[in-house]
Design a binder for this molecule. Structure first.
Ligand code: 6GU
Length: 248
C-alpha cells in the first residue's frame, strides 16, 4: 500500500477550501487514499485573545502584513524537514503544468495562504521553499490560488483520473492547445460536425486534429508555438495522433 501524499493548507479561511476538497475529483482522491488533506486554521496558532494574524507594516503605508509567529507555529506543527512549504503570493514563480508535475512527485506539500497586503518577509526567508503565483492578476486571498494548484497537482497523481483522461492530459504539456471536439448530434441548429471525423479514416482524422491544434495555437497563443519549436527535437508531436476520445 502506497502512502498518500499529504497536503496541508494553512489559512484563516478554511471553510472556503472545504467545499472544494469535498467534491468531485478531490473527494475521490482522498476517498481512495491517494491524498490526505489537512486544513490548519491559522487563528488557532495565535496566542492573544483577539487571535491576531496581521499587523501594520513597519515603515508605514496602507494595508496590513501577516505576522510571522502564527505562520511559523502553524508550519512547524505540520511540516518535517522534507516538506515543500509553498507560499501563495503574486510575487511568486508563475505556476504552470511543468510546475504541477514537479509538485506531484512530492510526498508532503504545505500551502501557506496569504491575505491582505503581504506576509512578513522572514516567513519567505526562513520557512518557505517555494513562492508561487498562479498568474499576473491580484486575488484578495491566496486560498483560491492554492485550490487551483492543488487541483492541478492531485489530478496528476496515479489513480485519480481514468486512463482515458490521463492520456488526454499530455497534449497540453506537449505544448499545443487542444483540437476541437464534437459529440452527438451530428447536426445541431444547422451546425454540422466536420465530415472527416465520421470518415473512419484514422490517419486523416489524426492529421486534421494536428492541423487544427497548430492553427488554433498560432492564433490564440503564439507564445506557445515558440516554445513548442524549441521542444520539438526532444518530443515529436505524437500525442496528438495517438489521442483517442469519445466514440461516435
Ligand atoms: Cl498565489 N495570491 C494572490 N493573492 N493573488 C494572486 C496569486 C496568489 N496568484 C495570482 N494572483
Amino acid at each position: 500500500m502506497v502512502e498518500p501524499i499529504v497536503i496541508d493548507v494553512i489559512t484563516i479561511f478554511p471553510q472556503m477550501l472545504k467545499g472544494f476538497l469535498e467534491e468531485s475529483m478531490m473527494k475521490r482522491a482522498s476517498n481512495k487514499n491517494i491524498v490526505r488533506f489537512n486544513m490548519v486554521d491559522l487563528r488557532t496558532c495565535t496566542d492573544d485573545v483577539h487571535r491576531t494574524t496581521d499587523d501594520r507594516p513597519y515603515g508605514g503605508g496602507p494595508g496590513m502584513v501577516m505576522k510571522p509567529e502564527p505562520i511559523f507555529k502553524a508550519v512547524e506543527s505540520v511540516a518535517g524537514e522534507k516538506a515543500r512549504v509553498i507560499l501563495m503570493t503574486p510575487q511568486g514563480r508563475r505556476f504552470d503544468q511543468a510546475y504541477a508535475r514537479e509538485l506531484s512527485q512530492e510526498k508532503h506539500l504545505v500551502f501557506v495562504c496569504g491575505h491582505y497586503e503581504g506576509v512578513d518577509e522572514r516567513v519567505c526567508e526562513k520557512l518557505v521553499t517555494d513562492e508561487v503565483s498562479i498568474g499576473d492578476y491580484v486575488l484578495t486571498n491566496g486560498v483560491v490560488a492554492a485550490a487551483v494548484v492543488i487541483d492541478s497537482v492531485v489530478r496528476l497523481l496515479p489513480g485519480v483520473l481514468g486512463a482515458e483522461d490521463g492520456a488526454a492530459e499530455e497534449s497540453f504539456s506537449e505544448g499545443l492547445l487542444e483540437f476541437p471536439q464534437y459529440t452527438r448530434p451530428s447536426e445541431f441548429r444547422g451546425m454540422k460536425v466536420p465530415g472527416i471525423l465520421s470518415s473512419g479514416n484514422h490517419a486523416e482524422i489524426a492529421k486534421w486534429r494536428s492541423d487544427q491544434a497548430l492553427d488554433r495555437t498560432r492564433k490564440r497563443r503564439p507564445d506557445l508555438i515558440e516554445k513548442h519549436k524549441l521542444d520539438a527535437g526532444e518530443r515529436p508531436a505524437k500525442v496528438l495522433i495517438r489521442k483517442k476520445k469519445k466514440k461516435e
